[in-house]
Design a protein around this ligand. Sequence first.
Ligand code: FES
Length: 105
Amino acid sequence: PKITFIDAADVARTVEAEVGSTVMETAIRNGVPGIDAECGGACSCATCHVYVDEAWRAVVGEPEPMEEDMLDFAFDVRPNSRLSCQIRVRPELDGLVVRTPERQG
Ligand code: FES
């Protein structure tokens, strides 16, 4: 599945993701800027914050309570905020668009 990351300056980068990996891992592996992922995917840093494109919110789903709590530490949280290490890549997510925030933390 392909995932498009759009940064705060509106630059889009589309990369190939592996099913079973996470959106955060996909960004790191492909050198997509804007995601720090300091904790390495343990849901304990909130520096992998992304905004899920409105068209994709229902498919991606809502955060689990633990993620919700951690999101409180992210910068400029919005209703479509998610921690990208908690979004598992599935075939249905082909074409997913997420935006990275102006800064992490
Ligand atoms: Fe730390 Fe996602 S990488 S919360």
